[in-house]
Design a protein around this ligand. Structure first.
Ligand code: NAI
Length: 216
C-alpha cells in the first residue's frame, strides 16, 4: 500500500474506526457498507470513504468493507502490531490509575518500569511493577529498549524530566503534565488534557441550552 502524508485529523479518527470494527468483529459481522458504518458511528458515509481513501480505500463501494481486513489494516496503520515498551514517571494518583489499566497491554503498550522522585514510594508495587528511583531512569531506559515515556508529574518538573528522556534515546512522550514540552522535532509528543475535554463538554452544554432558548 502506498502511503502519502495523512492529516492528523484523519489519524485522530482512526482509533474510533478501530474500536467500532473490533466490536463488529467480536459480534461476528464479516462485511459492512460505508452507509451502515456511517449510521453506527454517526459520521457521514462520505467522510468514511474520504478517510479510507487516504489508505487506498480498503474495499469496494456497494460491496462493503471486509470487517476483519479493515480492522487489521487500521491496526497496522496505527502501529498496534508492534509492541512498545513504556516507562511511567510519576506514581501518584494519575500514574497509578494508568499503570493499573490492563487494556494498554492488550494493545501492545507494555509498562516496563515506574519511576518517582518521592522516596516513600520506592519499592511500592503497582500491578507487580516496583516504583524505582529517578536515579535509575537513564540506565533503565537504555537497557530495556524503552520507546515511550508517560509523564504524570507536575508541570514544574516535566520539562527537566523530558530533557533527560530525550538524552537517553526515548522516541515518544505521552504527556499528561499541563505544559507544552519543548523537545526536538524527532520526539513524538501526544498531550492529554482531560480538562480540555471537560471544557468542550461545558461549551456544548451552553451551546445546546442557548439553541433551545432561541427555538422556544
Ligand atoms: P500526584 O501528586 O498524586 O502525583 C504526582 C507524582 O509525581 C508524585 O508521586 C510525585 O512524587 C511525582 N513527582 C513529582 N516530581 C517528580 C519528578 N521530578 N520526577 C519524578 N516524579 C515526580 O498528582 P496526580 O493527581 O497524579 O497528577 C499528576 C500530574 O498530572 C499533575 O501535574 C496534574 O496536574 C496532572 N494531571 C493531568 C491530567 C490531564 O488530563 N492531563 C489529569 C489529572 C492530573
Amino acid at each position: 500500500m502506498e502511503e502519502k502524508e495523512i492529516s492528523q485529523a484523519v489519524i485522530g479518527r482512526l482509533p474510533r474506526y478501530y474500536r467500532y470494527l473490533g466490536d463488529l468483529k467480536d459480534e461476528g459481522i464479516e462485511r459492512i457498507s460505508s452507509q451502515d458504518l456511517s449510521k453506527l458511528m454517526q459520521v457521514t458515509a462520505s467522510q468514511i470513504r474520504q478517510d479510507f481513501n487516504n489508505f487506498g480505500g480498503f474495499g469496494q463501494q456497494g460491496y462493503g468493507y471486509n470487517v476483519e481486513y479493515l480492522y487489521e489494516e487500521i491496526g497496522k496503520i496505527l502501529g498496534l502490531y508492534q509492541e512498545h515498551n513504556l516507562v511511567l514517571i510519576g506514581a501518584g494518583n494519575l500514574g497509578q490509575a494508568l499503570a493499573n489499566y490492563v487494556n494498554f497491554e492488550k494493545r501492545g503498550f507494555l509498562i516496563r518500569g515506574i519511576f518517582d522522585s518521592n522516596e516513600e514510594l520506592l519499592g511500592k508495587e503497582v500491578r507487580g511493577i516496583p516504583v524505582n528511583s529517578m536515579e535509575k531512569l537513564e540506565v533503565f531506559v537504555r537497557e530495556n529498549d524503552i520507546d515511550i515515556a508517560v509523564l504524570t508529574i507536575p508541570k514544574t518538573s516535566a520539562e527537566e524530566v523530558a530533557e533527560r528522556l530525550v538524552q537517553c534515546g526515548i522516541k515518544a512522550i505521552w504527556n499528561f503534565a499541563h505544559v507544552d514540552l519543548k523537545v526536538p522535532e524527532f520526539i513524538q509528543v501526544e498531550n492529554v488534557h482531560l480538562s480540555d475535554s471537560l471544557m468542550k463538554l461545558s461549551y456544548n452544554i451552553n451551546r445546546y441550552n442557548n439553541e433551545k432558548k432561541v427555538k422556544e
